[in-house]
Design a protein around this ligand. Structure first.
Ligand code: NDP
Length: 285
């Protein structure tokens, strides 16, 4: 029977550390730390994420600046706002809540954020830095997962690590971070032949797919660390992961629940990146 990895507790610890460091930095250097959150349209899920991010800013002692734009905002208007925020000294981090309404070009918007303020680490410059292991910011979800794995005490070095999913925001950077820690990494995706066989080899299995309960207990090696990134809303309104928790927990040594696993970490790491951005800007070690 697996130990449950408590994402809320790890996230609270990380936020506490950030709050302490923020207070110390603000006192010593007389600076404020600001995160601009841009939301376009009225997607209810995005609204919840934005509110949670604002709440987290309060918890750690940052100033949050919300820009809630109408669903009919044009590309030019959005780019103008980002340009303004890029130049604003009070803003250390810029977060544009995704997905954007269909008429907006998400890629162009991400590319317009100054890499120094790109606390989501989605800008190609920051993505490239992750490839070569010389990064300032890590994308929040994979960085949060690394914290969760660290909290288990299980060493990554030399382990078989299998990442299911190859998205730019989770699967690919996740694979890089595991590789940087000297894991032996396999990346699986929708065209992978015999997914179960690959999963069964994993000492550390990270599943980021978006298909409810895709990975079942019979696909998991005894004693594996299982990280479930999936956040799927079922018809009954409940949240469900990409891993079948009930059967997987019988095989895994550690497993994340959904909700309460990876989710809370993502926001904590966003706060960490914002603090890092402020420290870099002010030349603070
Ligand atoms: P994407 O849809 O961008 O990518 C999904 C990946 O899964 C793709 O690489 C796809 O393969 C692969 N895939 C789809 N079906 C299968 C299958 N049957 N077998 C193997 N691989 C498959 O999703 P994201 O990476 O953005 O998100 C994944 C999940 O994580 C979602 O549920 C999302 O809600 C959740 N999420 C949670 C976060 C959190 O904070 N907890 C943050 C971000 C995401 P291919 O490339 O071949 O199409």
């Amino acid at each position: 029977m697996a130990n449950i990895i408590d994402g809320k507790a790890v996230s609270a610890r990380v936020k506490e550390e950030i709050a302490k460091e923020t207070a110390a930095v603000k006192a010593k250097y007389g600076i404020s730390i600001g995160l601009a959150v841009v939301i376009v349209g009225d997607d209810p899920a995005s609204r919840i994420y934005v509110n949670n991010k604002k709440k987290a800013c309060e918890t750690v002692g940052f100033t949050s600046y919300e820009y809630a734009l109408g669903a009919d905002t044009t590309q030019e208007e959005l780019l103008q706002l980002i340009d303004k925020l890029n130049k604003d000294d009070n803003v250390n981090g810029i977060l544009v809540q995704l997905p954007l309404p269909k008429h907006l070009d998400e890629k162009a918007v991400i590319n317009s954020i100054s890499p120094e303020k790109d606390v989501d680490a989605f800008h190609p410059v920051n993505v490239g830095k992750i490839m070569i292991g010389e990064y300032s910011f890590l994308p929040c979800t994979p960085a949060g997962i690394m914290e969760l794995i660290a909290s288990t005490g299980v060493e990554i070095k030399g382990k078989e690590c299998v990442v299911v999913g190859r998205s730019n925001i989770v699967g690919k950077p996740m694979s890089m971070l595991l590789l940087h820690q000297s894991g032996t990494v396999t990346i699986c995706h929708s065209k992978t032949n015999d997914l179960a066989e690959h999963c069964r080899k994993a000492d550390i299995l990270v599943v980021a797919v978006g298909v409810p309960k895709l990975v079942t207990g019979d696909m998991i090696k005894d004693g594996a660390v299982v990280i479930d990134v999936g956040m799927n809303r079922l018809e009954n309104g409940k949240l469900c992961g990409d891993v079948d928790f009930d059967s997987a927990k019988e095989k895994a040594s550690f497993i994340t629940p959904v909700p309460g696993g990876v989710g809370p970490m993502t926001i904590a790491m966003l706060m960490k990146n914002t603090l890092t951005a402020a420290k870099i800007k002010h030349g603070i070690e």
